[in-house]
Design a protein around this ligand. Structure first.
Ligand SMILES: *Cc1c(COP(=O)(O)O)cnc(C)c1O
Length: 222
């Protein structure tokens, strides 16, 4: 079932849109199943789950951190991940930069945008994103590769469109500035219910869990 889902969605996506398989709560065997069907990027929310899955799956796929990162896990995250999609503060950037320097790595990151401007959510407010990105010029071991957003938790995917649109406008605005340490290439938006709307609004990375792996137990919903 997982393999069929992966193949169907890979077929459906436009050629310039990449699939990130959101693997939280899934077993390494389930992740392997998806990889064998062609999944090329695995998205993990937790450093520990990523460690387990990486042992089983290895280097044949790319690993993205899509959950919130705490500064004290920066070292492990820099080692494990090919991209951190959730950078949202200078404090965290400092920890990531130090870890990347030690690791001898130029760490690709996306800036997480709190597009719904929800107080309890992670991500930088849209109005503060440019200032954050300009501040990242002080961290030479980090490379900004684009933006990521979740948007509010809403039942109707169409109601997420304004948040996706706003994030894409921000993406284009920042890209047009051609900042030296910034390469606005990836726009990560859309999940199982909303990826079609997100792609219409310019997403080229979509993070899909349920539609690949099936329903999670409801207590584990994001
Ligand atoms: C769980 C999760 C997803 C995927 O959600 P689904 O609704 O299962 O597709 C995408 N992005 C993030 C950050 C997540 O935590």
């Amino acid at each position: 079932m997982i393999q069929e889902n992966v193949k169907r969605i890979l077929n459906e996506l436009p050629p310039d849109v990449m699939l990130v398989g959101a693997a939280k709560t899934r077993t390494p065997a389930e992740v392997l199943d998806a990889v064998s069907a062609g999944l090329a990027i695995v998205g993990e929310n937790y450093v520990q789950e990523a460690e387990r899955a990486r042992e089983a799956v290895g280097e044949r796929v790319k690993w993205h951190l899509i959950g919130h990162l705490q500064s004290n896990k920066a070292k492990k995250a820099v080692k494990l991940f090919d991209m951190i999609e959730t950078l949202d503060s200078l404090n965290l950037a400092q920890a990531v930069d130090r870890a990347a320097e030690k690791e001898g790595k130029l760490m690709p990151v996306l800036i997480e945008i709190n597009s719904g401007e929800e107080p309890q959510k992670h991500g930088v407010l849209p109005g503060e994103a440019l200032e954050l990105i300009q501040g990242l010029a002080d961290f030479p071991h980090i490379r900004v590769m684009g933006l990521m957003t979740m948007g509010p938790l809403l039942d109707d995917p169409e109601s997420l469109r304004p948040y996706f649109r706003r994030t894409r406008e921000l993406f284009e605005q920042i890209r047009s500035l051609s900042l030296p340490h910034v390469e606005m290439r990836y726009l990560s938006m859309g999940m199982s219910d909303s990826y079609r709307v997100a792609i219409e609004e310019g997403a080229n990375l979509v993070r899909i869990g349920t539609a690949l792996f099936g329903e999670r137990p409801s207590c584990n919903k994001p």
